[in-house]
Design a protein around this ligand. Structure first.
Ligand code: BV8
Length: 245
């Protein structure tokens, strides 16, 4: 019998309790936030090594702070889309374990109402003081070097994980993958590690794997199944199947 996702979900969802979902820039594309590799991708305007590395920050802090000030301002004008809303619905309706691990530094998952969200690459909406190590909610700019609300030092940087820096909460992520029955990757090209390696780790632990993306990602071959199309269509459809099973 040809493999059908619906049958697979309807059939076997029975023994799926713990789900880990990885999201990338593609889930926020339809909210008007640039992806990294799409046509008008962020990186075409700025070479990543010029704006998203500790070396770049040391070399030209103004360029880097302006880059993030621009993006921090932009995301506050955007709204969650049906893909974010569907995952928030799943989060509130799913009785089993669920963890939404996002590579995104926007807050659209939370603004859609999702609670079980982990930002492995940080968030635009915090400033991180490199003097006292305190993170402070931040919606304004940083290029004018405002004092840290905690220690007064003018040593604030964006609370994002730059290339060459260790992503956040890796132990919690690997712990959730170890307990997972299903790993779903949404809107990511699979180009950046360690996130791009999760599907292989999951597979090696016997976890079922599903890709929902506009096009086959660089790691598409590692997924048990894949659906390609717009997240705003694919994700609500998939969540309906899961919650109705
Ligand atoms: C680290 C925050 C040490 C900042 C980001 C192994 C092999 C090779 C290289 C490495 C390796 N291990 C480490 C590296 C180096 C590096 C790396 O991976 N380099 C790449 C470029 C080769 N990784 C690191 O430096 C990482 N740190 O390794 O530390 C370590 C770690 C663990 C254990 C030990 C040691 C840190 C990486 C994090 C960097 N910070 N973001 C900021 O945002 O400015 S990464 C940033 O880029 C995002 O967070 C995201 O992770 C990545 C972009 O990828 P995507 O989100 O997938 O976006 P992209 O545009 O690429 O793709 C969008 C997809 O959506 C496309 O497929 C498209 O088809 C699809 N799409 C578009 N529209 C839609 C859609 N899908 C559905 N619907 C739509 N409408």
């Amino acid at each position: 019998m040809p493999f059908s996702l619906a049958a697979w979900f309807m059939g076997d969802m029975g023994n799926i309790r713990n789900i880990v979902i990885l999201t990338g820039a593609g889930i926020s594309a339809e909210s008007g936030i640039d992806t990294f590799r799409g046509g008008g991708g962020l990186w075409e305007q700025h070479k990543v090594e010029d704006v998203a590395t500790p070396e770049a920050f040391a070399r030209d802090p103004d360029l880097v702070l302006r880059f993030y000030d621009m993006r921090r301002e932009a995301i506050q004008t955007k709204e969650p889309n049906p893909a974010h809303e569907a995952l928030a619905q799943l989060d509130s309706g799913w009785k089993g374990e669920l963890l939404i691990v996002t590579q995104n530094v926007d807050d659209l998952h939370e603004r859609a109402g999702a609670k079980r969200v982990l930002h492995m690459h940080g968030t635009h909406l915090n400033a991180w003081c490199t003097a006292c190590d305190v993170r402070t909610p931040w919606r304004d700019t940083l290029v004018e070097r405002p004092p840290c609300p905690e220690c007064g030092e003018r040593a604030l940087r964006p609370d994002v994980v730059w290339f060459g820096e260790m992503p956040y909460e890796m132990e919690r992520i690997y712990g959730a993958l170890r307990e997972a029955d299903l790993f779903v990757s949404i809107g990511t090209s699979g180009a950046v590690y360690p996130a791009a390696g999760f599907v292989r780790e999951a597979r090696a632990m016997g976890v079922r794997t599903l890709e929902l993306n506009l096009e086959p990602s660089q790691g598409t071959a590692w997924f048990d199944d894949a659906r390609h199309g717009q997240a705003s269509k694919l994700v609500p459809q998939w969540v309906d199947e899961v919650l109705s099973s």
